[in-house]
Design a binder for this molecule. Sequence first.
Ligand code: ADP
Length: 558
Amino acid sequence: MESRRRTIKGGIQQPQVLRNDAAKATDALPLPMYLTNTVFFALFFSVVYYLLLRWREKIRNSTPLHVVTLSEILAIVTFVASFIYLLGFFGIGFVQSLLIPRASHDDILDEDDFDLRVLKEDSRAAPCGVVDHFKITDPQLSPAEDEEIIKSVVEGKTPSYSLESKLGDCRRAAAIRREALQRTTGKSLAGLPLEGFDYDAILGQCCEMPVGYVQIPVGIAGPLLLDGREHSVPMATTEGCLVASTNRGCKAILASGGATSVLLRDGMTRAPVVRFGTAKRAAELKFFLEDSHNFEALSLVFNRSSRFAKLQSIKCAIAGKNLYIRFSCSTGDAMGMNMVSKGVQNVIDFLGNDFPDMDVIGISGNYCSDKKPAAVNWIEGRGKSVVCEAIIKEEVVKKVLKTDVASLVELNMLKNLTGSAIAGALGGFNAHASNIVSAIYIATGQDPAQNIESSHCITMMEAVNDGRDLHISVTMPSIEVGTVGGGTQLGSQSACLNLLGVKGASKEAPGSNSRLLATIVAGAVLAGELSLMSAIAAGQLVKSHMKYNRSSKDVSKM
Ligand code: ADP
């Protein structure tokens, strides 16, 4: 009973159960364990009572004991069965508890120990399916055992985050957490699917404490003819018209001979903030870091972080005694935040020798600048800086885009340039770059929060070839993408990368996959800008024609 009591107190399967390699017969019982135990207890004591009564009768009547009636045979069979059951359930555990010395205390945890262990065993530490001797080796436990764990999570005895490491089965952990969540909140998660997702793939990498996954449809825009290659662009979105509109832009680009892109720079940034006793000392470090003679030594230290990390530049900004050091480095096919952060840490440790009075306030001091609108990214660039252009022929503007070059050029000037200037835009000199960036980012496993700086874009339009054709360009200084690491390795996302031919690390030229992806993002933005701007231009024309009754143009054909 002692070991059983611990189960209830600890709120989770007792270690004996958890460590059981062999499945017990009781595991196969269809009823919850406490019900089965109650039934067998009742049977056992009632047949014992009955048999004792019969025994007394026989002694009184001098009936031989071996002469038994049918009901007595049944009672004996029931006695043996219930005895075997109860012995199997409680007896073996009791004998084990006597034989196993207290020295193996780690194996038999009480509640406090359990909580301590849970703290040490953060779910990120142990991959699912890899279990140590504290955990279940057979993940197929009975619903009764799941029920106990759910109750324990609901009661707060088992931390929800520890389920993966405790159970060694990520899907089961998600199912138990989900059920516990529904019970504690009283809200149903019926529409959020649980099945059909690889929970092992996200452990320690993409998402903690999963209870299911959100479905986002993926549409295809294209072919996008860019630099002589055709791409089918996956876009994950729930915004109607977005894919259709981008697709129309791709069609216009294709019909005009394609778009061309140039990657202007490729470097991820991280800027720690350090503090000195005086502004003079902060300035001394600034001069030291920006002195070209020191660059080689600093890059040697920085580049130790990864064979793909190559320090490119260091740019410093001072605010009083505080120094913000913006390191920029190439990161191969990775988006690079981890890589650059490791390199920065190496340099900070190294600088500690010559600048022992340097107080490191934070590895990121927001001069980087990650996931926040910031002029530094708009001006200096972050990740991949790309310019992409196309000349859209006059007839394509008319037939595919249903507008005309002059209207587009005018609208671009008044909306994307002047309008954005009036609004005080920071990198937002475009119609809807973030729509396309976000949809591609979600489809290909990028960090969607980085759409903030990745969507910085200035869209330019100009009439060329004697005013007949349209020159359109998008300049995007901060496209932050990778084809390895983060969410890119997950099944759906890597399928989308595969569609674009940029899945994983490029073996021929490290970094070429992520650079190609960045140009595709810019190309798709070009298509999106072209289409939405055309729709707005055409819409304005329709409205103004209706308003002012200028019937010189056939608006029905626009
Ligand atoms: P991030 O720095 O974008 O957060 P991660 O550090 O999670 O990315 O992933 C990059 C990892 O992938 C590194 O461990 C790196 O060594 C490895 N890797 C393998 N091939 C490449 C490649 N071609 N380019 C960049 N990293 C690569």
